[in-house]
Design a protein around this ligand. Structure first.
Ligand code: SF4
Ligand code: SF4
Length: 95
């Protein structure tokens, strides 16, 4: 997968530690006065982005909601389609 772990703006990060405490994956740590993300642990949940008070951390993707597929037509229509298919097959076999 492409690298989609959160991006950190070190200019904005004040090392408050809120994201470290909130990350459900323990993917964020503060080491040597820098925020460090563990790509292997990150689940891309976006919690860190949501709670960061300075907007210093952002997950570089958008969640796209895909609509549920429409239900199949009533069985009567399905039968009609099947019949049509059978008719097409018999047409071909006649040739
Ligand atoms: S919550 Fe924001 S400001 Fe605080 S440590 Fe995380 S990225 Fe930095
Ligand atoms: S996106 Fe979720 S799992 Fe990844 S660092 Fe942020 S809070 Fe942790």
């Amino acid at each position: 997968m492409a690298n989609v772990i959160p991006e950190i703006d070190e200019e904005l990060c004040n090392l408050c530690g809120d994201c470290v405490a909130a990350c459900p994956q323990q993917a964020v740590t503060i080491e040597n006065n820098r925020l460090v993300l563990d790509e292997e642990r990150c689940a891309y949940c976006g919690d860190c982005e949501d709670l960061c008070p300075t907007g210093a951390i952002a997950v570089p993707y958008e969640i796209v909601v895909v609509e549920e597929p429409k239900p199949h037509p009533p069985s009567g229509d399905a039968m009609t389609a099947e019949e049509k298919s059978d008719g097409a097959t018999s047409d071909r076999s006649d040739r």
